[in-house]
Design a protein around this ligand. Structure first.
Ligand code: NDP
Ligand code: 13P
Length: 342
């Protein structure tokens, strides 16, 4: 087997996912520095090898360095991996840009769109960093806690530059971690964003105790919504049938580690969105992503009934029970009126 050369990696964002990915890469022997803005958390990672806020009780590798100094984290980096929430993505890129070594490509594991504009994150990255910087998105079914615990995981890296996507996949790939590659950033980003909205829908249904049939129906019709919007924006269908789409949809719609599913569960049980988000205490991307998915759908003239119901429930415009009634009252029709994307 060909050995991967050592790659110096700067991971930006010390939440659960940034910490888990930094730990994975450091365990693979690559010199890895994790940047975060919270001095206490960063000191604990650097000195005690634990992230007490986001991954309590999980031992991080001693070789993983952590710092609050962005210039220090990025010095001589070959690869920059951005793992901040989508609302902080554009600003984080602007802040990192002056520190990026000229040869270093930029990848991200953020899921969502730019809030307000609905732009895809690779569009934001191209605008902020310029078109010559190699870019890639890391996505797929991957709960941070399980990755940090070393449990087997598969995900995918999509980039417009094959060599860079392969480099990112190589540092992630290891004995318990399979990293695939692809070149469809549109489809990969759409899948990672939309599954969060659909996870709220299945969470709501489970919170209302609507049963396993309802959950399977929502997942399948949710996949259909993903495929139709993906087709309209020019993504590849196979991306959505793989890890970036179906894989992550199934994980997030069924796994209670999902914050988006847990938000749905709470709403379905009658809790308010404010209380639910506060209790979860971590990033819940669907809250903003639902608006941006519907913005994309309107732009392309596509109807997405489940995503639309989630958006309305999240805004308090309808109750979960009203959302259910709306979906069940829809006109009967063929499952595929005009092919897989119709
Ligand atoms: N957790 C998971 O299993 C997975 C998450 N993702 C995606 O990764 C992204 C990050 O999520 P995740 O790590 O889980 O979130 P967490 O809630 O675990 O952590 C959020 C992190 O982002 C930091 N942060 C928040 N706002 C800013 C800002 N304005 N500038 C810089 N840093 C900021 C927080 O810092 P502070 O503590 O100082 O507030 C914290 O370190 C999301 O897009 C998520 O969808 C993707 C796959 C798996
Ligand atoms: O993206 C994830 C798993 O792939 C994490 O999902 P949540 O953000 O819903 O926890």
């Amino acid at each position: 087997m060909e050995a991967t050369a050592l790659v110096k990696v700067a991971v930006l964002g010390a939440g659960s996912w940034g910490t888990a990915l930094a730990a994975l890469i450091a365990r693979h022997g690559h010199p890895t520095v994790l940047w975060g803005r919270d001095e206490k958390i960063i000191a604990a990672i650097d000195q005690r090898h634990e992230n007490p806020r986001y991954l309590p009780g999980i031992a991080l590798p001693g070789s993983l360095r952590a710092t609050t100094d962005l210039a220090d984290a990025m010095r001589e980096a070959d690869l920059v991996l951005v793992v901040v929430p989508s609302h902080a993505f554009a600003q984080s890129l602007r802040t990192l840009a002056p520190h990026r070594p000229p040869h270093a490509g930029v990848a991200w594991a953020t899921k969502g769109f730019e809030p307000g504009s609905g732009r895809f994150l690779h569009e934001v990255a191209e605008e902020v960093l310029g078109e010559c910087v190699p870019l890639a998105v890391v996505t797929g079914p991957s709960f941070a806690k399980e990755v940090a615990q070393g449990l087997p995981t598969a995900l995918t890296v999509h980039g417009c530059n094959d060599d860079f996507a392969k480099l990112v996949a190589d540092v992630l790939h290891g004995p318990a971690f399979r990293a695939y590659t692809g070149n469809d950033m549109l489809g990969a980003e759409l899948g990672g964003a939309m599954k969060n909205v659909l996870a709220v829908a299945t969470g709501v249904a489970d919170g209302m105790q609507l049963g396993l049939n309802a959950r399977a129906g929502l997942i399948t019709r949710g996949l259909n919504e993903m495929l139709r919007l993906n087709h309209a924006i020019g993504g590849k269908a196979e991306t959505l049938m793989g890890l970036a789409g179906l894989g992550d949809l199934v994980l997030t719609c069924t796994g209670d580690l999902s914050r988006n599913r847990r938000l749905g569960l709470a709403l379905g049980r009658g809790q308010s969105i404010e209380d639910a988000v506060r209790e979860i205490g971590q990033v819940v991307e669907s809250v903003q992503t639902a608006d941006e998915v519907m913005r994309q759908a309107q732009r392309h003239g596509i109807e997405l009934p489940i995503s639309s119901a989630v958006q309305q429930v999240l805004h308090g415009e309808i109750t979960p029970a009203e959302g259910l009634r709306l979906l069940l009252a829809r006109e009967q029709k063929p499952e595929y009126p005009s092919g897989l994307f119709g």
